[in-house]
Design a protein around this ligand. Structure first.
Ligand code: 0O2
Length: 202
């Protein structure tokens, strides 16, 4: 497998999606005081992680392009839970890619406590050999969900995916606390928006 050639279209996808989503963010900022997008990050999965995930999921290396959905990954982070659904709705109305699967782990959290909205898309990329359709995953989550997921991800890495039960329980509690924070912030959302409007005028 020539990884450099294989991953080239994925690099292009993440760059294009980043530009488009950041474009939406600046348009929001110009047209209204609140942007549902706080920030956008993107990455191509590192080769060792692709190989490890393929082994764990029983995917043959020659099939990773058709079977691994998150080699290209874009993350959209929002302030409020409602913003997630505003972005989902906006993405539904775009015609530069096709949505093939959606997983709402915001309303239905994973057992780990993980919350995020996942959208798998088929994105057409122009290469020197013509159009290539690439699978990509868009994750949409709040700042609190992102904080939790980032820490849980590091701990999983540290314990090689085998979290001690005490750590697992603490993480589940922390996930609930993060969700409570999101709920509380949503309740004072209009106050926060008003503060942001005043801040923008200054
Ligand atoms: P990395 O390092 O984040 O790139 P599936 O279980 O396949 O039906 P899912 O959950 O959408 O559906 O797919 P998958 O492959 O399990 O997870 C895709 C990505 O979602 C993961 O990528 C994580 O980024 C994130 N994710 C899913 N579940 C969890 C979780 O419990 N905790 C955290 N922190 N992140 C999660 P990778 O492959 O882990 O790698």
């Amino acid at each position: 497998m020539n990884w450099e050639l294989t991953l080239a279209p994925y690099k292009q996808v993440v760059e294009e999606l980043k530009v488009k989503l950041k474009g939406m963010r600046s348009q929001y900022e110009k047209e209204s005081s609140h942007s549902p997008i706080e920030f956008v990050t993107a990455r191509v999965k590192p080769i060792p992680s692709i190989i490890e995930k393929a082994q764990n999921r029983g995917i043959a290396i020659e099939n990773v392009e058709s079977e691994m959905q998150d080699i290209a990954g874009v993350r959209v982070v929002c302030q409020f839970v409602d913003d997630i659904y505003t972005i989902v709705d906006m993405l539904h109305h775009r015609n530069d890619f096709v949505i093939v699967e959606e997983k709402d782990y915001v309303s239905h959290k994973k057992d780990s406590g993980y919350r995020s909205y996942h959208m798998i898309i088929k994105y057409p990329v122009e290469t020197i050999h013509g159009e290539v359709i690439v699978l990509a995953e868009i994750q949409i989550r709040t700042l609190a969900m992102n904080f939790w997921a980032t820490n849980e991800h590091s701990l999983n890495y540290k314990y090689d995916g085998k979290l001690p039960s005490e750590v697992r329980l603490r993480l589940q509690k922390a996930a609930e606390a993060a969700f409570k924070l999101d709920e509380e912030m949503s309740k004072i959302r209009s106050e926060i928006h008003e503060a942001q409007r005043v801040f923008h005028r200054k």
